[in-house]
Design a protein around this ligand. Structure first.
Ligand code: Z5A
Length: 212
């Protein structure tokens, strides 16, 4: 996707169970990077602001019913509609901190029983993250953090299945952080890991595609 030696922004993805602390850590990280003078933006998937995102939001809040395959493809379409903007920003030198991405898509849908290869297919060709920070917490510990809200997947038994399916998908771009530590300790660890990757991208690390 990009020639060698071109300085660019880093694509940093946060994954983890509901209530693992993704939103908190992404916010803290963006403020920290802005303070250091980096060009950085906070993104999240699903992006509920688009028309596809609104269909997803209605589904998650139980206002609509959709076939499992259909909602999987909508989550994927929601990433595709942002793909070219993502590439433009990264090549322009902006680092993107992204709260959930393709791995959520595959982990949640395979946890429902959909086939892994089928789930992966519509994700092929999306931009591969430079780093995936996996905030590791047991479903039981996560549930203790104020309990779950009313969204569709916020149930302990289902989160247990998702946790198992995430575990099958980790690769070398993943860094596992113990999300049960105090917020400040998680933040410190995250900052160190992310800075190393931003520097590698500034030095021209090649941008690649997912699942290829
Ligand atoms: N989904 C999918 O199926 N397919 C896809 O392709 C995608 C997503 C992209 C919506 O996601 C659902 O869509 C999601 C997956 C599915 N369903 N579930 N479950 P979402 O991103 O909108 O919702 P979420 O990920 O579940 O977000 P969340 O509830 O906001 O969780 P979080 O961002 O990981 O946690 P947080 O908001 O930072 O923290 C939660 C609470 O814990 C809060 O009170 C914090 O103060 C506290 N907290 C955080 N860290 C700590 C530590 N270290 N110690 C103590 N307390 C802490």
């Amino acid at each position: 996707l990009s020639a060698n030696n071109e300085s660019r922004g880093a694509l940093v993805v946060f994954e983890g169970l509901d209530r693992s602390g993704k939103t908190s850590q992404c916010g803290r990280l963006v403020s920290y990077l802005e303070g250091l003078g980096h060009s950085v933006e906070l993104w999240r998937f699903p992006d509920r602001t688009t028309s596809v995102g609104q269909l997803i939001s209605a589904y998650l809040t139980n206002k609509s019913q959709l076939d499992d395959h259909t909602i999987h493809l909508l989550f994927s379409a929601n990433r595709w509609e942002k793909r070219s903007m993502m590439e433009t920003k990264l090549k322009a030198g902006t680092t993107l901190i992204v709260d959930r991405y393709s791995y959520s898509g595959v982990a949640f849908s395979t946890a429902k029983g959909l086939d892994f290869e089928w789930c992966k297919a519509p994700e092929i060709g999306l931009i591969a993250p430079d780093l995936v920070v996996y905030l590791d917490i047991t479903p039981e510990k996560a549930a203790e953090r104020g309990g779950y809200g009313g969204e569709r997947y916020e149930q302990l038994e289902f989160q247990r299945k998702v946790s198992q399916h995430y575990k099958l998908r980790k690769d070398s771009s993943w860094k596992i952080v113990d999300a049960c530590q105090p917020l400040d300790d998680v933040e410190k660890q995250v900052k160190e890991i992310v800075l190393q990757h931003i520097i590698a991208c500034q030095k021209g690390k090649i941008l690649s595609s997912l699942w290829s």
